[in-house]
Every structure is written in structure tokens, then in C-alpha cells.
Write a protein that binds this ligand. Structure first.
Ligand SMILES: *Cc1c(COP(=O)(O)O)cnc(C)c1O
Length: 223
């Protein structure tokens, strides 16, 4: 099989000890690989590209929870709005408004995470602290999105201390943001901290992550 049963079972055991949710990142991998993990019990899968997500959604079991973890363009929101389980990479107020609009059209409240820029690389997407606070100040107007937490990616580096400090800064923002939310109902929903990938998930969990997005450990390297 293309997905590794052994790695999967090992990982599930490790993550369940800390109550961490696993999103299996299946981007670029064929539907058969997804099905292999599905048959082992995995239900949360993450994809980066809208077209690929739509294709897999149409071919695979309907109880899969599809996470969109890539950079989402506003004009593509409508294609995934009806079925996406959680959109992780929401990084502008404009995108929040578009998701809200598409949710309203189909009478759905769409769950999202706000992406925060924690890495030092300039190319990575995400809000900075000021922009995040500004975005959060609009949540009461956006009735068709549910802001369930934050997502971030650490720098691509072997420097583990640097990665750890970036995760610590995201956890701090997560706690601060939660404090800023005045409605008890919305505060309760704001509970997901999506941080950690194959190379850094252990550090992420130590620093407060409760959802990790892991691809290459499970499916092998992407070509
Ligand atoms: C590809 C991707 C992952 C998974 O990366 P791996 O290193 O294969 O675990 C996680 N998060 C995001 C946002 C990604 O694009």
C-alpha cells in the first residue's frame, strides 16, 4: 500500500495521548491512498488545491471531513462552500467576507481558522497581530462563518529553537484572541490551534497545538 499503516497507527497512538486531532494531508496523492487511511479509520483529510479537493470529494466516501489548508482565492470559495469541513488558511478580511457571503447563499455557517504569519519568510501568508485583531473585531457582522481558531506555519528551518519560539508566539496570540471575543457562544467555538506538520509536529504539540496537519510521514514524500 502507498500509505503506511504502521506509521499511521504509531502516529494515532502518539496523538491520542495528548488529545491532538490528526488531519492527514493528501495533496498530490491519488484517491486510492486516501481510501487506504479511510479504511484504517481516518476521517479528517487536508487538501491545498480547490480542483483536487473537488475531484476527491466527488470520488470518496461522503463522511470524510475535508479540510482546506492551502491559499484560497476569493473567486473559488463558492466551489467548496457546500461541503468543506474547515477552511484553515483565511488570511484577509476580504476572504472572510466572501466565505460569509457564500455561506449565506446556501444557508450554511462555514467553519474557518484565521491564518497568522509567524514565520520569518516573507512569502508565507497570514495576518500579523494588528490585522488579526482588526479581523476579529468584525466577527459579529459575519453570521455565516464560525471562527474556530488559528492556524500557522513555522519557518522552514532546522533551527528547532526558532520553530519553538514561533509556535509559542502563535499560542500566545491564540489565548489573547480568545480573550478578545466577547460573545460566550463564539468564545466556546474558538478552540482549535492548527500548528505542526511532519517535521515539527512534536514541538507544536508541546507548545499547545491541538490539531496537526501531516502529509509526508503518512503518504511518503511528494514528487
Ligand atoms: C503540505 C502541507 C502540510 C503537510 O506537510 P508535510 O510536511 O508533508 O507533513 C501541512 N500544512 C500545510 C499548510 C501544507 O501545505
Amino acid at each position: 500500500m502507498a500509505a503506511s499503516r504502521e506509521k499511521y497507527e504509531e502516529l494515532i497512538k502518539e496523538l491520542s495521548a495528548s488529545g491532538t486531532t490528526l488531519v492527514a494531508v493528501s495533496k498530490t496523492k491519488p484517491p486510492e491512498d486516501v481510501l487506504e487511511l479511510y479504511n484504517l479509520g481516518q476521517r479528517d483529510f487536508g487538501e491545498n488545491y480547490v480542483q483536487e479537493l473537488i475531484d476527491k470529494h466527488s470520488k470518496l466516501p461522503t463522511d470524510i471531513r475535508w479540510h482546506f489548508i492551502g491559499h484560497l482565492q476569493s473567486n473559488k470559495v463558492k466551489f467548496i462552500a457546500p461541503f468543506v469541513h474547515l477552511i484553515h488558511g483565511v488570511d484577509t478580511l476580504k476572504l472572510m467576507r466572501e466565505i460569509n457571503k457564500q455561506g449565506a447563499k446556501i444557508s450554511r455557517v462555514i467553519p474557518v481558522l484565521l491564518q497568522v504569519h509567524i514565520a520569518s519568510e516573507e512569502t508565507k501568508f497570514g495576518f500579523d497581530e494588528t490585522e488579526l485583531n482588526e479581523a476579529l473585531s468584525h466577527i459579529d457582522e459575519l453570521l455565516n462563518i464560525s471562527i474556530e481558531g488559528l492556524m500557522g506555519m513555522a519557518s522552514f528551518t532546522d533551527d528547532q529553537q526558532k520553530v519553538r519560539h514561533e509556535f509559542i508566539s502563535l499560542k500566545k496570540l491564540f489565548d489573547q484572541s480568545r480573550q478578545l471575543i466577547s460573545s460566550d457562544d463564539r468564545k466556546k467555538k474558538f478552540r482549535i490551534l492548527s500548528m505542526g506538520m511532519s517535521s515539527d509536529y512534536k514541538i507544536a504539540i508541546e507548545e499547545g497545538s491541538n490539531l496537526v496537519r501531516i502529509g509526508s510521514i503518512l503518504f511518503g514524500a511528494r514528487s
